[in-house]
Design a protein around this ligand. Sequence first.
Ligand code: BGC
Length: 421
Amino acid sequence: MPQSLKGKHDHGPLKFPDGFLWGSATSAYQVEGGNIHSDWGDLAGLACDQYHRYKEDFELAKKLGHNAHRLSIEWSRIEPQEGEFDQSEIDHYVKLLKYLKKLNMTVMLTLWHFTLPMWVADKGGWENGKTVFYFERYLKKIIPYIGDYVDLWVTINEPGVYIYETYIERVWPHAKKSLWSQIKTFLNLASAHKKAYRLLHQTYPAGKPVGMANNIMSFESFHKHSFIEQLAVSLNDFFINHLFYFLTRGTHDFLGINYYFHVRFKHKGVTPLPDSRLMQTHDISDLGWEVYPEGIFDALTDLSDDIPIYITECGIASTNDDRRNRFLLMYLQEVSRAIRSGVNVRGFFYWSLIDNFEWHLGFEPRFGLVEVDYETQKRTPRNSARVYSEIIKRNAIPHDLLKLLGHGIRVEDVLKEKIEE
Ligand code: BGC
């Protein structure tokens, strides 16, 4: 074989690096239930009742072979009124984090995942520069209690998505049309991240890595040589994928990447707009999001720097679990390809462990590896949970699983050892 082709015909299983973190992600408001003091009010109702069922859920993740878990804590529970901290809620989170540690899980904790206490929202939320101070005061209060049980910190989740849904789509609380509000919110979230980063490093000088989770999108132009479409690609790439990192440079021990979207720009009329026609060539999720595995490879190689990367979220809303199996296999093949190309990816957190409250879209989208019956709160692992377990168990994508990429092949026929219920 010519030297240049060496290693390119490696037909062994696609191995992941030793110590790779395998887990799933959730956020407090989306799973806990009984949250009444946040700006979302009680829209999620009982949600998955994880507030009471956390042991069952964490044990399930453990049984499915996960060695890590990403979750968040709810600020509005801990500080329901300005400056009044509820010790029983702090104790609750300590209990919950301790339980994860007892199960020997690596804990990745998100400090802010979209919801605000009502009193903060009433003062303008993240538009108000004072919220950065309130956030830091809250962190100073809780970190001493919970810090020992956290391994990796995620300061904030997806500033871009928050701004998009609140100020552009206007489907989230306090929606309004204002470019100025978008800019202030973005800058204040960047400042909150930096403050949290410094605070955590002062508290744990020996190092507990700190990062944030950013929504990273892959962009492409419809006509490969269209100037205007290429310009749209470059501008969107800069604003959506790089600007937050640029404003907060020097305050990331790792990059946390949430990957869901691929967008093609097509020049129609004056402005290039996202075009959805080509999506039909790929699988799509129940939300109409294109399954485009190559995009995660592009995103990883594009963002690869000299710090580790964790895929802090990646998943599909689908009631067709065969689709989720294919999604997992295809996306993880691309992650493995990125690792083999030299990208320092250290972990993957599937969104989500269990079906949950998908914000303004309610409970219909099903992202879970585990199905939730909202009437009975019964949890039932889907076949995809077993496929994911198998990958985790081998720390590789075994060849026999790749058969599932064909349509109509049953998991039972491929998985020899079944994971006991
Ligand atoms: C968010 C999650 C959300 C998921 C699926 C991410 O943008 O962090 O809260 O449920 O995507 O839409």
